[in-house]
Design a protein around this ligand. Structure first.
Ligand SMILES: Nc1ncnc2c1ncn2[C@@H]1O[C@H](COP(=O)(O)OP(=O)(O)OP(=O)(O)O)[C@@H](O)[C@H]1O
Length: 323
């Protein structure tokens, strides 16, 4: 790999809008991010911030209103049908609910066989590959003969991961795959993913509303607020010195010892309607960073600045940090 190897996944000025006429509204606004080969980018944000829409846009299920997505430096909008089919295989989306990716009528073996070779999906033909992928996610070989409903939630998510990997993707997008699971099962799935990343050098976009979860599996993290990336950077930098008050709020809300009083107050405030975000900095009505909310916040949208490209007029750290 050279320095000019393009990222496996990228978004450039990506804007996605839904609705028609006067009801049309942007859900993602000028998103810039990239995931280089073998890296894992975590994407965090609260419900409605646009995480799933971004995942869907990256795999070509949602069309940009402006900007573009790139796969290995190429825009799917200019691909032929066969290339698009190959793209769908090479970027696997694992959704929160494995039932959305697993056909309940198919045995697990048949589902994996289909990913191995869609044209010759006979599970007997691919028995060794099926066993290999099941073992890769720490499931028994005989899981192949059972249907998805015969598994627990965590096991089902392992099956979904095995199925996604069996397609030999260049990248995996995991969308809230642990959020419906108990803490201990969540930890198991995160360990499986961390192990797979180390063994297979997977390129990954890992989406969650939970910063603690994202930290374990990401080299870098991007924070989404009302359809905008408000901060992104190396995981350790972002966690140890967040520059955006929203990132700080998310970190302070992590349940170890309970949130700080300001975080509690801001977290309790309703998130604004994504269809009609506040002018200026969209976060300003909830911003409780002491002494930092100024008139400018209500009128001017901040540009990304500092080591973590924080979109804040008064970042908490960095050259322009206020007192
Ligand atoms: N097909 C659609 N048509 C219209 N609006 C949509 C559509 N898909 C998503 N939205 C809206 O886009 C916004 C972002 O939704 P999205 O599902 O991407 O958020 P999210 O961060 O993934 O939330 P959650 O964590 O709750 O899934 C929401 O206001 C949602 O109602």
């Amino acid at each position: 790999m050279t320095d000019d190897t393009p990222p496996v996944l990228a978004a450039e000025g990506l804007t996605v809008a839904f609705g028609r006429g006067s009801g049309r509204h942007a859900v993602l606004r000028s998103i810039d991010l990239d995931v280089p080969p073998g890296q894992a980018l975590g994407l965090v944000g609260e419900s409605g911030s646009g995480k799933s829409t971004l995942a869907r846009a990256l795999v070509g299920l949602v069309r940009p209103a402006a900007g573009r997505v790139l796969h290995d430096g190429r825009d799917p909008a200019h691909m032929r049908r066969a290339e698009l089919a190959e793209l769908r295989r090479s970027v696997q989306l694992i959704p929160q609910d494995p039932y959305a990716s697993l056909d309940p009528r198919m045995t697990v073996g048949a589902a994996i066989a289909e990913a191995v070779d869609p044209r010759r999906a006979d599970p007997r033909r691919h028995a060794d590959r099926i066993a290999y992928w099941l073992e890769t996610v720490a499931l028994e070989r005989d899981a192949a003969d059972r249907h998805p409903h015969a598994f627990s939630g965590g096991q089902r998510q392992r099956v979904a991961i095995a199925r996604a990997l069996a397609a030999r993707p260049r990248a995996v997008i995991a969308d809230e795959i642990t959020s419906a699971l108990d803490c201990s099962v969540q930890a198991e799935i995160l360990n499986v993913l961390a192990d797979l990343r180390a063994r297979l050098g997977l390129t990954m976009l890992f989406i969650s509303h939970d910063l603690t979860v994202v930290r374990h599996v990401s080299d870098r993290v991007a924070v989404l607020y009302l359809g905008r990336v408000v901060e992104q950077g190396e995981t350790e930098t972002l966690y140890s010195a967040p520059a955006h008050p929203y990132t700080r709020l998310l970190l302070d809300s992590v349940p170890d010892g309970g949130p700080l009083p300001e975080a509690r107050e801001a977290a309790a405030a309703e998130a604004p309607d994504p269809r009609d975000p506040p002018r200026g900095c969209a976060f300003h009505p909830r911003c409780t960073a002491p002494g930092r909310r100024e008139d400018v916040c209500a009128v001017a949208a901040p540009e990304p600045d500092g080591p973590t490209a924080a979109r804040c007029h008064f970042p908490l750290v960095g050259a322009h940090a206020g007192s």
